[in-house]
Design a protein around this ligand. Structure first.
Ligand code: MN
Length: 493
């Protein structure tokens, strides 16, 4: 990531003379310096030469396409830059665009302002000319408005840069599918060819036997050293603490974690999926092992769900691997005082969303017919969050994004042996869930406290896929109409 960069391209023209252009260049460098010093922006921004002609614009767009390190460009019209000059360049540009609508000056210098100042600082209309050509050409881009030193402007740029990073790395995203989909399940299926064409994701299956062979090669020394890490990072429940019989079950998960990580790293895979229906030769369903790999930043989806595995990885990149997990809507609390969703999975919830030090526990699993697997158990934390689901509509992908409010798990759950988190849907459980079901959203989601609805909209627009938002302003009749209109729009494209 340290090698990736965003190019900052300032547009102008030769109408105002060399002195003005010199000042434009100075101001552009000053803005880029401020953005690079901003705490909210983690990617490097590189100031390019001011572009003033059709040829220069074409050249910088061509160079951006060819430079792997460049994952997006920011454009800003300090003065007026006639947009017909931009057409040839924008026609070939393949990188995501952020149009920054800012000014070198924050305030109008009331006392000293003259026509020279007016000619130098024309973004208010120069950027309108610039915006028109994107719209006229049908080019998607993010528009950020405001003074470049404002924290909120810098945060928006920083967030977009991480989305651009996730988009740039999509073509390198390789997903391992151990075994096939869970039998008879529809929503986790999908067109892997379409996914590769649309996102660049490469999804391929491997026999679980290939993994079992790796598991059998793991040494006791490797397991011992990983167990030391477990002991530092997590609490052990008494039933599986050192010296107990079930401690061996925890060691088995350590063994699987080592083998899985080796398999993924060697194959340059960043996400995986497996299924409890295909564990031939394995002693347990990977629980703790999968949670640990998600904690390290790998994507995961259960029961063969490669779309959610890839989306988990994508959202972990946007989130810098903070507070983002594979999730499943499990059960509801319909109490009128306090309606909420309880989310969990059979085992695999990422500890990055934990509200407490996770505890290793061992319990039998009702399905799969294997020995009792070790898993991390914890409550999720409270706060703003999103649930996102990617579904295959047949011919197109749809991303469903719900804005939710995670709440502290309101009760102890002494009999529930899995990690869980609770949240409230917007605008209400009834409307939120109704909208989700009408939109076809899956039971599997990616749940994140870090990624926002706006991030996911930006990502969907860069990827050119359909998206549906469920939030405080969701109205069911309007949503139904939108879904019908979307059918038509996406068929016409
Ligand atoms: Mn599931």
């Amino acid at each position: 990531m340290s090698q990736q960069e965003i190019w900052f391209v300032t547009g102008s023209q030769h109408l105002y003379g060399e002195e003005t252009l010199r000042q434009v260049a100075v101001n552009s460098r000053k803005i880029v310096e401020a953005l690079n010093n901003a705490a909210k922006i983690s990617l490097k921004i590189v100031c390019m030469e001011t572009v003033t002609t059709s040829d220069e614009i074409f050249e910088v767009c061509k160079a951006a396409n060819n430079e792997d390190k460049c994952i997006g460009i920011i454009t800003w019209m300090h003065t007026f830059s006639p947009s017909k000059m931009w057409i040839n360049g924008l026609k070939i540009l393949t990188k995501p665009i952020l149009h920054l609508h800012t000014q070198a000056n924050r305030d109008i210098p009331w006392e000293t302002m003259n026509m020279d100042f007016m000619n130098l600082n024309q973004a208010a209309h120069g950027d309108r000319e610039h915006g028109f050509i994107y719209t006229r050409m049908g080019i998607g881009r993010k528009v950020v408005v405001g003074y470049y030193e404002d924290t909120i402007v810098q945060e928006k740029i920083g967030r977009w840069a991480r989305v651009a990073l996730a988009a740039a790395t999509a073509k390198e995203l390789k997903v391992v599918r151990f075994g096939d989909n869970m039998r008879e399940v529809a929503v986790t299926e999908g067109d892997k060819v379409e996914a590769q064409i649309k996102f660049g994701w490469s999804i391929n299956s491997y026999g679980v036997g290939d993994l079992v062979a790796r598991i059998n090669e793991v040494t006791d020394e490797q397991i011992n050293s990983l167990m030391e890490e477990y002991e530092q990072k997590y609490n052990f429940a008494p039933e599986c603490d050192k010296g107990t019989e079930l401690y061996e079950h925890v060691r088995e998960q350590a063994k699987m974690e080592i083998a899985l990580e080796q398999f993924l790293t060697e194959g340059k895979f960043q996400a995986f999926t497996n299924t409890f229906e295909d564990l031939y030769g394995m002693k347990q369903l990977p629980g703790l092992a999968t949670q640990r790999l998600m904690e390290k930043g790998f994507g995961y989806g259960g029961e063969g769900d490669w779309k959610t595995a890839a989306l988990t990885r994508t959202m972990k990149i946007i989130a810098d691997n903070k507070a983002t997990s594979f999730m499943e809507d499990y059960t509801y609390h319909f109490n009128p005082e306090n309606k909420m969703v309880l989310g969990a999975h059979m085992l695999e919830v990422c500890p990055t969303i934990a509200n407490e030090k996770p505890r290793i526990e061992v319990h039998p699993l009702g399905i799969g017919g294997k020995e009792a697997p070790a898993r991390l158990v914890f409550d999720g934390k409270a706060g703003e969050a999103v649930c996102a689901s990617l579904i295959d509509m047949g011919g197109r992908m749809r991303l469903i994004i719900a804005q939710v409010e995670a709440v502290e798990v309101p009760h102890k759950l002494p009999q529930l042996p899995v990690a869980r988190t609770t949240w409230k849907l917007k605008p209400s459980l009834e409307i939120g869930a109704q909208a989700w079901i009408l939109a076809g959203g899956a039971h599997h989601t990616v749940f994140s406290h870090e990624v926002t609805v706006e991030d996911l909209v930006d990502w969907a627009e860069i990827m050119d896929i359909e998206y549906v938002i469920i939030n405080e302003s969701t109205d069911i009749l309007r949503l139904k109409q939108d879904l019908r209109t979307n059918e038509l729009i996406w068929k016409l494209r």
